[in-house]
Design a binder for this molecule. Structure first.
Ligand SMILES: C[S@@+](CC[C@H](N)C(=O)[O-])C[C@H]1O[C@@H](n2cnc3c(N)ncnc32)[C@H](O)[C@@H]1O
Length: 408
């Protein structure tokens, strides 16, 4: 079937209109005419796979990766990088309008200095035979020899990792944490608790953690690494979250910290991880506090403030849903939020509307839909002042943005 693509929508797929249906087609661009194979069909929508592009958009480029359209990782490699960012900006503004009910242009766009080889950590899958990444919409694994968005040193290790998996069929996943100056760290996830000799891996890796599901069953060497961003060197444990794009790490910190008001007295960093924003924020106010669910991230954050001689920061290991009392106890004037894809819990939004001391919210989001929902709820008392798009995930449809909201 032949379809014409109108625009690229949230999720990265091209939208086309058939007589009574909307058809979503991945790997396409606006104004393209595409021959599609219908893969899924529902009452009012269907999903097609492009088998031939009959009329091409001028921004279409040859994908660099030989596994493109098989591997479920990247979905924007067919688009020139500047155009990828432009499409993300359009989607961000459209989502803010549709869900947030706010008309606001993006104030600043920060592309990644290098749109390839940016990932400093990667999770490889192994199915007993193939080593690589899940296929598009499947739990089958595409066997790969290289990954164009992973750091070059991670690519150099792929043969070693592949051998390791093939000699140990109980391996399900290998997570590699690259470090620019030190040996990398390796997390091995096994299907079941079978013996695995990992001591001989210490020549290649600084630390190796063995897991069954989420539970660590063995550790050799170090369980953490360090990443530098600006003035601070952050300890990041094998179980802690950390930003994956090495070219955007300093930029995201600068873009958040530069939005802290000059006269700020107390700042809360909600979903603080290892303290990426808390440490520099501590220099901008009398007091800072961080809230984070992960035990290992809170331990890292506590270590990170200690080694940097920061005496005005405190961290709480608690889920944000149950942390309204902590937030209220501080009477903060500024709150930084960097939640997972689900956004800020509704009970917390309701509380923020009652928090008299709160003047500014700096909202870092990896999901424009939930952020727009939250901004809409907050608009009862807060006005959206600034929108920034920072491209943390080139070659994919994922959109990272920073919203600045002020009490009206
Ligand atoms: C997107 S990361 C941001 C971390 C940090 N701001 C950074 O940039 O490194 C979200 C963090 O929220 C934490 N998290 C997830 N769900 C949570 C919850 N319900 N309550 C508290 N923290 C949570 C995760 O462990 C993760 O560290």
């Amino acid at each position: 079937m032949k379809v014409s693509i109108e625009k690229v929508v949230f999720g990265g797929k091209g939208l086309s209109r058939l007589k009574e249906k909307v058809c979503f087609v991945p790997f396409t661009l606006p104004e393209e005419v595409v021959e599609v194979e219908i893969k899924e069909e529902k009452k009012s929508i269907c999903e097609g796979f492009p088998v031939d592009v009959l009329e091409k958009n001028p921004y279409r480029v040859e994908p660099k990766c030989k596994y493109y359209m098989q591997c479920g990782g990247c979905d924007f490699q067919h688009i020139n990088y500047e155009k990828q960012v432009e499409i993300k900006k359009e989607i961000l503004e459209e989502t803010l309008q549709r869900i947030g009910k706010i008309n606001k242009d993006t104030d600043k766009v920060i592309p990644s200095a290098n749109p390839f080889n940016y990932r400093n950590r990667v999770q490889f899958k192994f199915d007993g035979k193939n080593f690589g990444f899940y296929k598009l919409k499947s739990n089958e694994v595409v066997d790969i020899e290289s990954c164009d968005i992973a750091d070059k040193n991670i690519n150099n290790l792929i043969p070693t990792l592949k051998n390791l998996a093939k000699n140990n069929p109980q391996v399900e996943e290998l997570h590699i944490f690259h470090h620019p100056d030190n040996k990398p760290m390796l997390k091995i996830v096994l299907k079941e608790n079978l013996f695995m000799n990992i001591e001989n891996l210490l020549d290649t890796f600084a630390g190796i953690g063995v897991y069954i599901g989420n539970k660590r069953v063995k550790l050799e060497g170090k369980s953490f690494t360090f990443y530098r961003a600006g003035k601070f060197n952050y300890r990041v444990s094998i179980d802690s979250f950390f930003q994956v794009n090495k070219y955007q790490l300093e930029n995201i910190v600068d873009e958040v910290i530069s939005e802290i008001p000059k006269d700020s007295q107390c700042i809360g960093d909600i979903y603080c991880g290892v303290g990426l924003f808390t440490l520099p924020a501590s220099k901008k106010a009398k007091k800072v506090f961080g809230i984070e669910a992960s035990k290992s991230a809170v331990k890292d954050a506590q270590y990170n403030v200690k080694v940097h001689n920061i005496g005005n920061a405190k961290f709480y290991q608690k889920v944000v849903e149950k942390s309204a009392d902590i937030i209220f106890g501080y009477n903060p004037d500024t709150l930084i939020f960097d939640p997972p894809r689900t956004g800020i819990p509704k009970n917390i939004i309701q509380k923020l509307l009652q928090l008299k001391s709160l003047k500014r919210i700096i909202y870092v989001s990896c999901n424009p839909s939930t952020a727009s929902r939250d901004i809409n709820l907050l608009s009862e008392k807060f006005e959206l002042k600034k929108v920034k798009l920072i491209d943390m995930f080139p070659q994919t449809h994922h959109i990272e943005s920073i919203f600045v909201l002020d009490k009206v």
